[in-house]
Design a protein around this ligand. Structure first.
Ligand SMILES: Cc1cc2nc3c(=O)[nH]c(=O)nc-3n(C[C@H](O)[C@H](O)[C@H](O)COP(=O)(O)OP(=O)(O)OC[C@H]3O[C@@H](n4cnc5c(N)ncnc54)[C@H](O)[C@@H]3O)c2cc1C
Length: 296
């Protein structure tokens, strides 16, 4: 279930960048617009980043109509979703960690970002929402989910038992996570577009304790679907006990091509569910099933 609260458009200016591991580039933003940013407080707080087009030094700004910030009157520029790794409300600085993968407007932009560059930012949203009374957590991610996973673990109370499984590409990507929680972490090397992900199998191998627990997964869409199915149908977890989010897709271009052929039909089926009052989480489960049935 998406956690929204106030969502707005901001301009964000690059202050500095750093290669924090072989696969991750950290970009720190500030600038005139950002002081008004308000965190939604979720560990997987996400913003949509809008990139300048050819010949532009910044993307066009969104406008607000009746509280809704959007590109109401012009085409929406290219955008991608990224996690707020940290928001320093005193210094008014936001850090975002980008996976330095081949191709893609966002990864390419991050690899060449320099102080003074400006992008647009809309948000925030979030999904990580353990129910009150949760006594144990399993957090699973690839490189794209590592920023949110790290933030979730850092923010857990002292001594809270948490198990983490993270798939990275290089030994150097095993970035230490500072926490007073009772953390047990397993690092896998592979996946992340360089080979098949082992995360879904790792989740299957993981014993889940009795009692109130919460599972959160962020990574490649096919792995996310496999984990969601396993938790829902084989482990019988309730919608509130887990969240699985596909952060990206292997060979996204091929998928998009196939998706566009069935998009209208699937959207109208989904809308019928919502109109019939189906719970948002159940509708999301059904949406995943519909995609799978369509070979997507
Ligand atoms: C809620 C949310 C939070 C996210 N947080 C982060 C974050 O903090 N850091 C982060 O790096 N990503 C994050 N992502 C994932 C990011 O949005 C995608 O990886 C996005 O597709 C990257 O855009 P791009 O323009 O670089 O590549 P695209 O134009 O989308 O894709 C170009 C090509 O690269 C491939 N590709 C895309 N992403 C990857 C990848 N990670 N590894 C290998 N190949 C890839 C595609 O299959 C395609 O072939 C998040 C996604 C969501 C939904």
């Amino acid at each position: 279930m998406v956690i929204k609260r106030v969502q707005r458009f901001f301009y964000a200016e690059v202050v500095r960048t750093a290669r924090i591991s072989p696969s991750l580039v950290r970009v720190v933003f500030s600038g005139d617009g950002l002081p008004d940013y308000t965190s939604n407080g979720t560990a997987d707080e996400c913003v949509s980043l809008y990139f300048p087009g050819d010949g532009e030094d910044r993307p066009p700004a969104m406008t607000e109509k009746e509280g809704d910030w959007a590109y109401h009157d012009i085409d929406e520029p290219e955008h991608r979703n990224y996690t707020v790794r940290s928001w320093d409300a005193t210094a008014k600085e936001m850090s975002i960690d980008f996976v330095a993968h081949e191709g893609g407007i966002a990864a390419t932009w991050a690899l060449t970002a320099a102080p003074g560059d400006v992008i647009g930012l809309w948000g925030p949203r979030g999904w990580y929402d353990p129910p009150t009374g949760t006594r144990w957590q399993l957090l699973v991610a690839d490189l794209t989910g590592l920023p949110a996973l790290s933030r979730a673990i850092e923010e857990l109370p002292d001594g809270f038992p948490v198990r983490a499984i993270v798939e990275v590409l290089d030994e150097g990507d095993k970035i230490p996570i500072e926490t007073n929680a009772d953390l047990s972490i397993e690092w896998l090397i592979g996946g992340n577009g360089q080979g098949p992900s082992r995360l879904a199998d790792a989740v299957r191998d993981e014993p889940l304790p009795d009692g109130p627990l919460y599972v959160w997964f962020a990574g490649e869409a096919a792995a996310s679907r496999a984990v969601r199915k396993y938790l829902r149908t084989e482990r019988g977890l309730s919608n509130a006990q887990f969240e699985t989010i596909g952060y990206w897709r292997v060979r996204a271009e091929e998928w998009l091509h196939k998706y566009e052929a069935v998009e209208d039909r699937l959207h109208s089926e989904y809308q019928q569910l919502i109109d019939a009052g189906v719970d948002e989480a159940d509708a999301e489960n059904r949406w995943e099933d519909m995609l799978e049935e369509a070979g997507l």
